[in-house]
Design a protein around this ligand. Sequence first.
Ligand SMILES: [Zn+2]
Length: 296
Amino acid sequence: MEGWQEAINKWLGAMLGPGTLLYAVTLGGEFLAAIVRGLIVSITLTVVAWISGWPIPVGIITILVALGPLAASLLCLLCPPLMAPIVGRWWEISSGGRAPEDDERDAFGRAIAQLAQADPNVKAPRHWFVAEDAGQNAAAYASSLRVDRGLLEGPYAAAVIAHELGHLRSSDARLSSALNMLLLAPMDTPAIQPLRSLAFRGLFWIASGQAALWLTGNAWEMYWRSREYAADEYAAGLGVGTTLARALELDALPHEQPVARMRFSRASHPYTKPRIAKLVALSARQAKDSGREGES
Ligand SMILES: [Zn+2]
């Protein structure tokens, strides 16, 4: 009984927050997009059926195209076991990922075992794959993890994987997959010129689902940046804070560029230097605390 309550509390803890609120606002915008999309589809199909005489099931197709993306998105969030394996596999295929080789599986296993020493609840995600990249990066999406080949060959695997596990255990990875589902087709923001086709292009921009995502884009990126600190904190809690700071110093810091109005920008990650400073401070505090525990 307690196990259930714990699971529900954990789920609520992950779900209730600014991310869910932002998702609800985005979903509202996407519902308007669905109405526009439905109108375009039903008018087009009705005209085609009328001219050709074909028995086109206009109603069913309209509902599927209009509300399908919204339903898939909600399922990603509310029923991850149903959607996440499909979404994760598709992510692997579409991003050119591959299954790990034996030595990579061993390196990954060693990283997870190291983290599990700090917290026995740490588990490897059910689906992970290798990106053919010499970098030291990893990423979490739906319930899957992508790991650079280079990361598994180097000394930072446990630290970087710990950061990604931070995204996987919270609602971050699920939310990002739910957001992606809302987009029927990626579209550029329409230019004002030529003016005579602006209404037409604008309508398709709204119908694709891109407009609502564009309008909420800044708020989302502000939220994602805050989540980077949360994932860092989780990694530091597993005792790999200083190693993660070192990995960021070597892999991310050299590529930093100034971002105009950073706090309100669309940068997906915060500046690396404050992240490193926070990780170092967190690790120092932990070392002090554990020293005190040792004394008492
Ligand atoms: Zn991250």
